[in-house]
Design a protein around this ligand. Structure first.
Ligand code: ZN
Length: 290
């Protein structure tokens, strides 16, 4: 699943190529249309696909930003502002191409769901293999309250203060540290990969209760998470499973991961163990992490 660094990579790649462009035409896949007609939610949320296409046509992309793991496309049509909020889910990917044939990996080619046409030979394509991604066209983010409840950006000044304050709340006291740091209300954008890595680097067992970690260690843990997120952004994110940047390229962070997906600890060579925490598989070293 793309986490904050991967989404940041997508946004940085999109910014120079689509900012200022006007969406001339929108094509939505039959899969989306059929699913929604049958009452099943599929990618486009809160709007029927035809309305979504009509609304987006002739909108100008003013700006693209990342917030946590969301991509915000700030749009304007007839002097009215809109925001298209996109979450990539497990396998969402954007491709900026001059022909759909440029998407050479068949697993993405087979799962093209939204095609935005700028010019006759310029397209922005959304492909999503497992279809857990989401698109919401809003007037402002206030229309979708969960966006307002996300913790501050981890790189912002208030993020550490927020993390310490929220993680001290009684409702978190008995929760495993890994569950707490993966909670978007506590830290924005830290998913399974980066939570696993930061706990390993800090030698903290993923199931340790957050209330049993000192303020000093929590501060160090937070700084470690931020450093790993930044390191991953710098090398283009992790290409675990199906993440691609908009040119179909993989990132380089997966080569730097020390614990996520590992069978043995790189430090003590003990076999790693796994446990499920808040529904996600957690890998850890039973010797190094306490
Ligand atoms: Zn170890």
């Amino acid at each position: 699943m793309p986490e904050l660094p991967e989404v940041e990579g997508v946004v940085r790649a999109l910014q120079p190529v689509v900012t200022g462009k006007v969406i001339r035409h929108v094509q939505v896949s039959n899969t989306i249309c059929t699913s929604i007609n049958e009452g099943k939610a599929c990618i486009i949320k809160g709007m029927d696909p035809e309305m979504f296409s009509d609304a987006l046509e002739n909108m100008k992309i003013k700006e693209i930003k990342r917030r946590s793991k969301y991509i915000f496309f700030y749009l304007n049509k007839n002097n009215i502002d809109y925001v298209l909020v996109n979450h990539l889910g497990m396998t969402g990917a954007w491709f900026h191409v001059h022909s759909l044939n440029e998407i050479t990996e068949s697993k993405f080619q087979k799962h093209i769901h939204i095609v935005l046409t700028f010019e006759e030979d310029e397209f922005l394509v959304y492909a999503d293999i497992r279809r857990f991604g989401e698109m919401r066209l809003l007037h402002s983010i206030e229309e979708f309250p969960p966006l307002l409840e996300i913790a501050p950006e981890p790189f912002s000044e208030e993020a550490l203060t927020h993390f310490l304050a929220i993680s001290n709340m009684p409702k978190y006291a008995n929760k495993p540290v890994k569950e707490v740091i993966m909670d978007g209300h506590v830290i924005a954008g830290c998913g399974n990969i980066y939570a696993t890595e930061s706990l390993f680097r800090m030698k903290i067992h993923p199931s340790r209760k957050i209330s049993r970690i000192s303020e000093k260690r929590k501060t160090e843990l937070f700084r470690t998470i931020v450093a790993i997120l930044q390191e991953s952004i710098n090398v283009g994110g992790s290409s675990i499973s199906d993440y691609r940047n908009i040119n179909g390229e993989a990132g380089g962070m997966q080569n730097r991961l020390q614990m996520y997906g590992k069978k043995a600890c790189p430090i003590c060579h003990t076999n790693t163990k796994q446990m499920v925490i808040s529904g996600r598989n957690s890998v850890y070293c039973p010797k190094c992490q306490r």
